[in-house]
Design a binder for this molecule. Structure first.
Ligand SMILES: Nc1nc2c(ncn2[C@@H]2O[C@H](COP(=O)(O)OP(=O)(O)OP(=O)(O)O)[C@@H](O)[C@H]2O)c(=O)[nH]1
Length: 591
């Protein structure tokens, strides 16, 4: 059975009404109730440990026989609450000395919620009468599409000054675009978008650590070794029974350690109602990478927040301190105000101990990230099987568009979708070459036009023709981000959209904006321009690894009202996953 990486579930159900395992946030009262006694919290911790052990054992089995069906591991623990508690002495020691304290914030009563998927909105309203580009030569990389060969190439004369690779600016430069219909549009420079660079003040690490991290790392390592020795079988060498790609080999050979990162990842998955026998090393590794990636943002936040929030009702000084922390993490003014007001209201009513105050804060942040789902955005963002889904990928050059396309193509391929890429960012030859490289990496064909100054609209046309001929399920279109002004950008994107709607009126069309998280608040200005130019379905937030501005995710949602659909936390092909507000906030604020 294929694991659908977009749904994070096995199977490729074609239902639009899909069931999704979802964490239902506990109310603070429930959270309080769940930590009434030390004994109970130890039981919850023991459940999580059992879950982690079962998942670890299952992953070991997967590594031993990658081709075999995943079988249910001997240790039965479908959810933490149902898990049998059979813990040896080492595990008990580990529990009593720490893990229990970390579980109080999490949702041990994860429930399965059915969420209806609504039809993807298509923008048929803007369908205008426009002649499509005239057919000329087009090449298909890797494989020639046996399609309606009336494919097109129109010269697009553009005099543009190339911006530097690292600059996200859209410079105002006079340009001339010859439309496929030969109507020349001469645009004078109108607007400039010049991001400011805000460098947040660096925060020193607070010495305060969660209890389970207080012991020395040597002691902790020894404890974990004891646990492994007594409770977990050592993995046997991997026996590959099929020809593996380099990626598969890398995954199969990856180290699997029953360490803190594994325990944390297991707890996050278990809290969402996942079953240990359905969890793969890739999922665990991703969570570990996400947490590691958000390390810089977290270090500036968590310990100081704990120190402030734990003091009881917030006075004005404390509020200002929290405000400053959130703003430094690039959470933005609007989101910060919302968070502070909500938190303050709660803390006025009752005094919460630090752990519970943090749990409540997590709930506020999760709810904030999920706000767009209450206003017309579908929480499920999954390509529909046996249908042509067209995803337009937009964003300024350098934001990570090409990389994102490669990573989504990889996810699609792993999830059993027939995928194709159209390289319609034709402004820079290197951009097309990069898409080709990513296509090769993920084994996905790329439709491109080898000619200089090829018309992006023509490439889109060709891409759709090829996708229709091949029964493609997901067509990813790389669009240009480096247009000289807002009018050009809007014209370009709306032209592409018109072609998509006209050529494939039944396709499920989505537009994703790729934003570079390291730009923090400055990225929001780009987002505003793009959201005016295209009806966006959501945002892909890239480069979350290594930035202290991870809080920008909250600003994106609060200020633009857009949902985050994917997050990228690294340059590798596996370093992008569908966004989960629960996992993001756990990674951002884990102790
Ligand atoms: N650290 C990190 N780097 C990333 C991530 N995503 C992309 N990058 C890097 O960002 C740089 C720009 O990425 P591209 O995908 O080429 O960006 P683009 O928007 O397509 O820009 P053009 O290639 O100029 O069209 C590359 O060096 C990527 O490896 C990420 O999540 N983390």
């Amino acid at each position: 059975m294929v694991f659908n990486w977009f749904r994070r579930q096995f199977g490729d159900s074609q239902n639009t009404e899909v069931e999704q395992v979802e964490t239902v946030a506990e109310s603070p009262a429930e959270q309080e109730a769940s930590v009434t006694s030390e004994e109970e919290s130890q039981e919850v911790a023991a459940d999580y440990l059992n879950w982690a052990k079962a998942a670890y054992k299952n992953i070991q089995q997967q590594q031993r026989s990658p081709d075999e069906e995943i079988s249910t591991p001997e240790v039965e623990a479908s959810t933490p609450n149902q898990a049998e508690i059979t813990i040896d002495e080492s595990a008990k020691a580990l529990l009593t000395e720490g893990i229990a304290t970390t579980t109080t914030e999490t949702n041990a009563n994860a429930t399965v919620a059915a969420i209806a998927t609504s039809e993807v909105e298509t923008n048929a309203a803007n369908l205008l009468e426009e002649s499509l580009p005239e057919p000329t030569e087009t090449s298909v990389i890797e494989e020639t599409a046996d399609t309606e060969a009336e494919l097109t190439s129109q010269s697009l004369e553009l005099e543009s000054t190339e911006l530097t690779e690292t600059s996200p600016e859209l410079e105002p430069i006079a340009s001339t675009i010859v439309e496929p219909t030969t109507n020349a549009i001469v645009e004078a420079a109108t607007e400039a978008i010049t991001p400011e660079v805000i460098t947040p003040a660096k925060k020193e690490d607070s010495p305060e650590l969660p209890i389970w991290a207080r012991e020395s790392s040597a002691e902790r390592q020894a404890r974990l070794e004891r646990l492994k020795a007594t409770a977990i079988e050592e993995p046997e060498p991997v026996i590959a029974t099929k020809t593996q790609t380099s990626l598969e080999t890398a995954t199969a050979e990856a180290e699997i350690d029953f360490d803190e990162g594994f325990l944390w990842s297991a707890e996050v998955l278990a809290s969402q109602g996942r079953r240990p026998e359905d969890v793969s090393l890739e999922e665990i590794s991703w969570l570990k990478r996400l947490r590691q990636g958000l390390d810089k943002t977290r270090r500036g936040l968590i310990n100081q927040l704990k120190a402030i929030v734990g003091q009881g009702p917030l006075n004005q000084d404390a509020v200002m301190e929290i405000e400053a922390l959130l703003l430094q993490a690039d959470v933005g003014v609007e989101a910060t105000d919302y968070i502070i007001n909500t938190l303050q209201q709660k803390l006025r009513e009752e005094v919460l101990p630090p752990e519970q105050a943090i749990a409540y804060l997590k709930q506020i942040l999760r709810e904030l990230l999920e706000q767009p789902y209450q206003n017309s955005y579908n929480p499920i963002f999954v390509p529909e099987k046996d249908t042509l889904n067209i995803w337009l990928i937009t964003g300024v050059n350098g934001a990570g568009k090409t990389t994102t396309i490669g990573k989504i193509a990889h996810l699609a391929q792993k999830s059993g979708y027939k995928c194709l890429i159209a390289a319609a960012d034709t402004f820079r030859a290197a951009a097309v070459e990069q898409v080709k490289v990513w296509g090769e990496r993920s084994g996905i064909d790329v439709i491109a036009n080898p000619g200089k100054n090829a018309d992006p609209a023509a490439v889109v046309f060709d891409g759709i023709s090829a996708a229709q001929a091949r029964g493609t399920e997901l067509l990813l279109i790389d669009t240009a981000g480096r247009l000289q002004n807002k009018k050009n950008l809007m014209d370009e994107l709306s032209k592409i959209r018109r072609i998509v709607d006209k050529k494939s009126p039944n396709a499920k069309v989505e537009s994703l904006l790729v934003l570079d998280a390291t730009l923090g608040q400055n990225g929001l200005r780009q987002a505003e321009v793009f959201s005016q130019a295209a009806k966006l379905s959501g945002v892909v937030l890239t480069k979350l690894d290594g930035t202290a501005k991870g809080g920008v995710a909250l600003a994106v949602v609060k200020e633009l009202g857009l949902p985050i659909r994917f997050i990228g936390a690294g340059e590798g092909i596996e370093d992008l996953r569908p966004f989960s507000s629960y996992e993001f906030i756990e990674a951002l604020l884990s102790g």
